[in-house]
Write a protein that binds this ligand. Structure first.
Ligand code: S3P
Length: 171
């Protein structure tokens, strides 16, 4: 079985992916980590040394590499992955079990304020700019995320609760 986790930055894709992969005994792949290992650079370094377009091209190529070469895994995407390079079409055509971890803007802001340093798109934003940026960004990206097979609201839920909703959907 292949499970794909989709959602905005801070929606918990990596945490949920790591947790559920142990519960159902599947390999866990974090696309950002996969890219970092392959490129020998952190995401932040890739953005600053090579630019976002380079990152998006590599992101699409590594996503295809994983979908074509592996089976039986939980894969967490980056927040932008479904929104570039026709990746959403690749995902839908691969018929994988895709889950959109759906969070409201206040939840995302609360989480991202604490951990924005490693995320180049928001690292330099002041606190008061976050609402406008995330609101607009999510508005643009939601149509891609919404193409996931399943949608799970994650506000005020524990990782365990989210994972049990995912496994329920799979049965
Ligand atoms: C990005 C999200 C990040 C990472 C990169 C770009 C985005 O992943 O891929 O910084 O465009 O939303 P996370 O969603 O895991 O933070």
């Amino acid at each position: 079985m292949e499970i794909l986790l989709i959602g905005y930055m801070g929606s918990g894709k990596s945490t949920v992916g790591n947790y559920i992969s142990k519960e159902i005994n599947l390999e866990f792949i974090d696309l950002d980590k996969y890219i970092e290992e392959k490129e020998g650079l952190s995401i932040k370094e890739i953005f600053s040394a090579k630019g976002e377009i380079y990152f998006r091209l590599q992101e699409a190529a590594y996503l295809k590499e994983i979908l074509e070469s592996k089976s039986d895994y939980v894969l967490s995407l980056g927040g932008g992955t479904p929104c570039y390079a026709n990746n959403i079409k690749t995902i839908i055509e691969s018929n994988i079990e895709s889950f959109y971890l759906k969070a409201t803007i206040p939840t995302l802001i609360k989480r991202l304020e604490k951990e924005k340093e490693s995320r180049p798109l928001i690292a330099d934003l002041e606190e008061h700019q976050m609402v406008e940026y995330i609101g607009k960004h999510l508005f643009e990206r939601a149509p891609f995320y919404e193409q996931s097979k399943f949608k799970i609201s994650i506000d005020n839920k524990t990782t365990k609760e989210i994972c049990s909703e995912i496994t329920t959907q799979l049965h």
